[in-house]
Design a protein around this ligand. Structure first.
Ligand code: ZN
Length: 305
């Protein structure tokens, strides 16, 4: 007795091609093929054409009354990297519903379409476009977008979804809390500084670009300011007091230079050094906050969020 409705070879072949060999999970979008380092005629491959509704009874998202033909068809297939293919089936798929996977698939196809035939120069140009919308090239791009209301809607929808996903990494309140605690007390929660690194990583993924040039450009300006700040913090901050035990402990501008500690008093030179570092810190935080607020303004203006 046959127990699995596996995809025919042709369904597998076409699924991979339609996804451009890129994982369809929106927060992943890994390339799944690469040149092999062990032989010039070899290719590394790390993808999987996964079943949305399971191939066998009892499997993740299995639908009892689905016809065998339907179960084996391309409409029941989603292309993923092998990690994500494993992830969606964990705990028998409870965390990844059929609807979610279908949305991923549809959005991925749209994303591939939007990037079809675009050179790196095209992409760089659209990200470089910012406030000047009167120039020749810039104006023609804006006009192309503006000439089709459907396309404008699609862009706004895509960008709103990207922004909302970014908020699950770092939201406005967390950003405000982080910046004020750094500026006022030269300290922050370790989790919040990790969020800053995470938001940087999130926005650096090609799949998380905004289609609106002004949004993308204000986002790029904002994330450019993050590395100098997190770099400064990683070399000048330390856990203090050392006895903090929870995961989300506070880190502070070097305890060595703390004003009056129970271990020692600051010397004049140490105090001066600490003040200098604090001044540098404030500058870096202000830059991040300024460009974040600018980015938020553009988000409000373009996406009404
Ligand atoms: Zn993936």
């Amino acid at each position: 007795m046959k127990t699995r409705d596996d995809f025919p070879v042709e369904v597998i072949r076409i699924s991979k091609l339609r996804a451009a060999y890129i994982c369809s999970r929106p927060t992943c979008r890994k390339f799944t093929i690469a040149p092999s380092l062990t032989g010039e005629m070899l290719v590394q491959y790390n993808g999987k054409v996964a079943h949305i509704a399971a191939a066998a009874a009892g499997g993740p998202r299995y639908v009892v009354d689905m016809l065998e033909e339907e179960r084996k068809s391309i409409s029941n297939a989603i292309f993923l990297c092998s990690n994500c293919a494993e992830l969606i089936d964990k705990n028998n798929g409870v965390d990844y519903k059929t609807e979610t996977l279908k949305t991923w698939k549809e959005e991925h196809h749209n994303w591939v379409l939007q990037n079809l035939n675009k050179s790196e120069a095209d992409k760089n140009m659209s990200s470089a476009i910012s406030t000047n919308q009167s120039g020749g090239i810039t104006a023609s791009i804006i006009n192309i977008n503006a000439s089709s209301p459907e396309k404008v809607d699609e862009i706004t929808k895509h960008d709103a979804q990207t922004y909302l996903r970014s908020e699950t990494v770092l939201n406005e309140n967390q950003m405000h809390e982080l910046c004020s605690s750094l500026i006022e007390n030269a300290e922050c929660k370790i989790n919040n500084i990790e969020r800053l690194n995470d938001i940087c990583e999130f926005f650096n993924k090609a799949g998380n670009s905004f289609l609106s040039p002004s949004l993308n450009s204000s986002k790029i300006k904002f994330i450019k300011k993050i590395k100098p700040l997190t770099g400064f913090i990683s070399s000048n901050f330390d856990k203090w007091p050392y006895s903090q035990s929870t995961n989300n402990f506070n880190i502070q501008l070097k305890p060595d230079y703390l004003r009056d500690t129970q271990y020692k008093k600051m010397t004049f030179e140490e105090r001066q050094k600490w003040d200098e570092l604090f001044a540098q810190l404030k500058k870096l935080v202000n830059a991040v906050y300024k460009y974040y607020n600018n980015f938020r303004k553009v988000v409000k203006h373009e996406l009404h969020i």
